[in-house]
Design a protein around this ligand. Structure first.
Ligand code: HSE
Length: 426
């Protein structure tokens, strides 16, 4: 039976899950995969954490050098997260000819080319299934299940923390602040929630996923990003009454004008398959020209779901001698070969606090008309004696036209302010 030695760098949530799966399912993998997988080395500063997981002191390493010089280690699993020391450790492992499996989306989104160049030099494998959407095997689907397709679009709820917050706001009419506190209490959101709520985490993931989907490196800088911190519960409620559900979507589209990749709060129709993905669950919806629509659903985070993706890479790497590298030629150092959409087209939802007087609606409509934006729906609700709320849904318009119009609307004396602004995908 083939013996496989694994090293784990980092015993955080994911590292703990990987250790648990590899040790508890050792016999199962012998039976089902014909592989005898052993954790030969673990690099973790927190010795108490290692002890609590039952890691024997004999396999504890004190440095990355000790890990990579261990001849029993074939595959190095990096589950530290962040860029340093993860980048240095992964490069050292690759330079020593070890195959690397990583769950690190930020590292991969920012340094894919550099890591791959090292891997190629040494004919080492580099695997990253767990970097995107945790336990959902989306990378393998894109690499191995969609070759017959030109992928038209990829849309996903790829951050569980924000999906939990938005679900809570919608179902309990909770404020953003209260929903965030609850997410922190449950361990979904971190003490500093910036990476999730400002859309950075989703940006790294959609950068990796759309690169694979469209066979072109989509750098983090190519992704338009907006988080959920500005979302008001009033907008979620208005959307609901108009047939929409709010999600933080990662969106990648191949258009006639180039590749369009974004992360932002998005209203989708209640009947959209992504609308029913609630709480901390994730899902990715793909459209291929041959297969049509595909949707994958599951847990995007957590010890065992993400551990599941890491271990699937370990097994894949152990069973395949040929290394997999990116199918595209362009890279982070320049994207001259690839055209990106900088001024995308979208439908928009706007909520304005306005003066309730004769001619106000026509003045507002006039600004949309000047901006070459056609209105689809208009809803006015009286708020006080002299004020009202106007909600507008537009037909597809250019983002640049919308931004100019937004500026002009905010300058009208009859408009007290644009209180809600959300893009719509239909
Ligand atoms: N923090 C992420 C999420 C999981 O909430 O989905 C890791 O990417």
């Amino acid at each position: 039976m083939k013996k496989v030695g694994v090293a784990i760098l980092g015993l955080g949530v994911v590292g703990g899950g990987v250790y648990e799966i590899l040790t508890e399912k050792k016999e199962y993998f012998k039976k089902t995969q014909g592989l005898d997988i052993t954790v030969e080395s673990v690099l973790e500063k927190n010795k108490a954490r290692a002890q609590s997981l039952g890691v024997k002191s004999a396999v504890m390493a004190d440095s990355i050098e000790e890990v990579i010089s261990n001849p029993n280690v074939d595959i190095v699993v990096e589950v530290i997260g962040g860029t340093e020391p993860a980048r240095t450790f992964v490069l050292k492992a690759l330079m020593s000819g070890k195959t690397v499996v990583t769950s690190n989306k930020e590292l991969f989104a920012k340094y894919w080319t550099e890591l791959e160049e090292e891997a190629k030099k040494m004919n080492a494998g580099l695997f990253f299934e767990a970097s995107c959407v945790g336990g959902v095997p989306i990378i393998r689907v894109l690499q191995d299940g969609m070759q017959a397709n030109e992928i038209r679009s990829i849309k996903g709820i790829i951050n569980g923390t924000t999906n939990y917050i938005l679900t809570k706001m919608a179902s309990e009419n909770a404020s953003y602040e209260d929903a965030l506190k609850e997410a922190q209490k449950l361990g979904y959101a971190e003490f500093n929630p910036t990476a999730d709520v400002e859309g950075f985490d989703a940006t790294y993931k959609i950068s990796i996923l759309s690169s694979l989907a469209f066979n072109s490196k989509v750098c983090v800088e190519n992704v338009y990003r907006e988080g959920i911190t500005g979302v008001a519960k009033e907008d979620i409620a208005y959307g609901k009454s108009m047939g929409y559900t709010l999600k933080l979507l990662g969106i990648g589209k191949k258009t006639e004008n180039g590749i369009d990749v974004r992360v932002h709060p998005t209203f989708i129709r209640n009947g959209d398959p992504l609308a029913s993905v609630s709480d901390s669950f994730n899902a990715v919806h793909l459209v291929g020209d041959s297969v049509g629509e595909i949707m994958l659903y599951g847990r995007g985070a957590g010890a065992l779901p993400t551990g599941s993706a890491v271990v699937s890479d370990v097994i894949f790497a152990a069973k395949h001698n040929e290394c997999y590298y990116a199918p595209f030629k362009n890279n982070e150092k320049g994207n001259k070969e690839t055209k990106f959409v900088t001024d995308f087209t979208s439908m928009y939802y706007l909520r304005m606090a306005v003066k309730d007087a004769a001619g106000v609606l026509s003045k507002i409509a006039g600004q949309f008309s000047k901006g070459n934006i056609s209105l689809k729906e208009v809803k006015q609700t009286a708020v006080g004696e002299n004020s009202a709320e106007i909600v507008v849904i537009t037909h597809p318009a250019l983002e640049s036209n919308m931004q100019k119009t937004l500026e002009k609307l905010n300058k009208l004396s009859e408009v007290y302010g644009v209180k809600g602004f959300i893009r719509i995908e239909e």
